[in-house]
Design a binder for this molecule. Structure first.
Ligand SMILES: Cc1ncc(COP(=O)(O)OP(=O)(O)O)c(N)n1
Ligand SMILES: Cc1ncsc1CCOP(=O)(O)O
Length: 214
């Protein structure tokens, strides 16, 4: 059952890397700072088609996550996930169907699915084997400006309806994330409030503290 693979693992701060916010020279150092600050998951999200760089960066992040006991997640790309033996993959509505992914990648890998603002979509994803579901954007996001903003109530409804971990994403900061935790998010997925911050470790620490406060 999907939820069992992810329960207790998909929890806390979920850092998502963004190459635009990090020159290659500091990419791994900033990712490590997020882990030192308490991020429990780290996603490699890179929309470029530079295969060699993507492979090298994914390998580097995977090794870092192993050192910090964090879950390494590849976004969108099952082939890359397989190449680096990633323990987790995140997919959205434009990606391959779950049964196909599961057939190709096996039973062990954690698979997360974007559900935007739809609890019904999340229920279908869980029935098809999703290990966790993600909702958002909850606030306007400079990383994905066209993402529609979703009402906080979606999280409360999802909490009632679903037994798998729930991730919230989109424009999340240490100042606004508490409301999402209080509404039922197990994990907060964050790009810019971590990686555009002058001190990534301190920013991660402030966000991680939300899980103690709420
Ligand atoms: C944890 C998490 N949640 C949502 C997303 C967004 O995924 P998707 O809708 O597939 O969009 P892109 O990230 O591919 O632009 C995510 N990546 N991670
Ligand atoms: C990938 C994604 N999907 C919805 S919002 C978003 C970007 C989140 O980034 P930020 O934390 O900078 O708003």
């Amino acid at each position: 059952m999907g939820g069992a693979r992810a329960r207790g693992v998909v929890a806390g701060i979920y850092a998502i890397t963004d190459a635009r916010l990090m020159p290659p020279s500091v990419f791994l150092a900033r990712a490590e700072a997020a882990l030192r600050g308490g991020a429990r998951l780290l996603q490699y999200r890179d929309k470029s088609n530079d295969t060699a760089r993507r492979l090298a960066e994914a390998r580097g992040l995977r090794a870092l996550c192993t050192r910090y006991g964090a879950l390494f997640v590849v976004n969108d790309d099952p082939a890359l996930a397989q190449s680096v033996a990633a323990p987790a993959l995140h997919v959205g509505e434009e990606d391959a169907p779950l049964d196909e992914l599961r057939r190709g990648l096996g039973e062990e890998i954690v698979i997360g699915v974007s559900c935007y603002g739809s609890v019904e979509r999340a229920q279908r994803a869980v029935a098809a084997g999703a290990d966790y579901v993600a909702f958002g954007s909850f606030f306007p996001s400079s990383s994905k400006p066209l993402a529609p903003v979703v009402d906080l109530d979606v999280l409360r409804q999802a909490r009632q309806a679903l037994a798998v971990p729930i991730v919230a994403i989109g424009g999340i900061t240490a100042a606004n994330g508490g409301a999402l935790v209080a509404a039922g998010a197990d994990s907060l997925a964050i790009i810019s409030a971590l990686f555009a911050a002058p001190d990534v470790e301190a920013a991660a620490r402030r966000c991680a503290a939300l899980f103690k406060e709420y």
